[in-house]
Design a protein around this ligand. Structure first.
Ligand SMILES: Nc1ncnc2c1ncn2[C@@H]1O[C@H](COP(=O)(O)OP(=O)(O)OP(=O)(O)O)[C@@H](O)[C@H]1O
Ligand SMILES: [Mg+2]
Length: 246
């Protein structure tokens, strides 16, 4: 499955209770691009990510990785290609210890013994949480849970990262470490976030969603220069552009 181009084409989605959320969303992610998905609470960011992960099916339109449409019959290989972290880390963590949680995907593909130990330790170290290895995930803080979820997907060395609010609840040092990890990841990324400074610092492209419609798809510089767009989309300038250091 080629991950060199991810296409969202005229994507529409309505929840079973009749809530219409996505209204013809189209954009593309080219290989190596770091794409931010921004917009007000309820704009449809997490819904779009849940469609990409196969949690829901579009009402119409499609998502494709290369030439392969995301459908129930292709979703397993989509999930092997893309590493997802979801907005609520509790949806993702279910093993008795942090080590077991990070090891889960590796064990599923047959990694064991010393290799498993090494790869899990490396992933924990990358996100700075080696000291949490023996803790039960459900007793961790929100930011710690988020770090465990990220370690779990980094351990799998995915070809694409799709992250929903990855910096939410992280302390400044953990946030900086996250930014370094994302900067160092050379494949494509889709990052739904309200952290506009992270967008400014690391993203190549910003997709602005409003009520399930793409208002703009442009560089961070172009996006943050468009004050009318920001106002209409419930966005602000990044703190850095307002003269603060985040
Ligand atoms: N299971 C559901 N059933 C019905 N409506 C839902 C469901 N989940 C979300 N919604 C609605 O879909 C819309 C989009 O929600 P979504 O979670 O995608 O927004 P978001 O852009 O991720 O917001 P946030 O910034 O708060 O994370 C909202 O109006 C929300 O109330
Ligand atoms: Mg969301």
């Amino acid at each position: 499955m080629s991950h060199h181009l991810i296409t969202f084409s005229d994507l529409c989605f309505c929840y079973p209770d009749g809530t219409q959320v996505l209204n013809g969303v189209s954009f593309q992610i080219h290989h190596g691009e770091k794409v931010a998905l921004v917009g007000a609470n309820g704009a449809g960011k997490s819904t779009l990510i849940n469609l990409l992960s196969g949690f829901y099916q579009p009402t119409s339109g499609y998502i494709a990785l290369g030439d392969t449409k995301v459908t129930p019959s292709t979703i397993e290989s989509v999930r092997r290609t893309i590493g997802f972290t979801f907005q609520n880390s509790d949806d993702q963590l279910f093993m008795p210890t942090v080590f077991d949680d990070v090891a889960f995907g590796l064990v599923n593909i047959g990694v064991q013994g010393e290799d498993l130990q090494q790869q899990v330790t490396k992933a924990l170290r990358r996100v700075g949480i080696e000291h949490l290895a023996d803790r039960p995930p459900y007793r961790l803080s929100g930011g710690q849970k988020r770090a465990v979820a990220l370690a779990g997907i980094l351990a799998m060395e995915p070809s694409v990262l799709v992250l929903d609010e990855p910096s939410d609840g992280l302390d400044p040092k953990a946030r900086q470490n996250l930014i370094s990890q994302l900067e160092g990841f050379t494949h494509s990324q889709l990052i739904a976030t309200h952290d506009l400074d992270l967008v400014l610092d690391i993203c190549d492209k910003v997709v602005v969603l409003k009520e399930g419609v793409v208002m703009s798809c442009a560089t961070p510089q172009q996006t943050f220069a468009d004050l009318e767009l920001l106002e209409a989309s419930a966005l602000t300038l990044p703190l850095k552009m307002q003269g603060y250091t985040p």
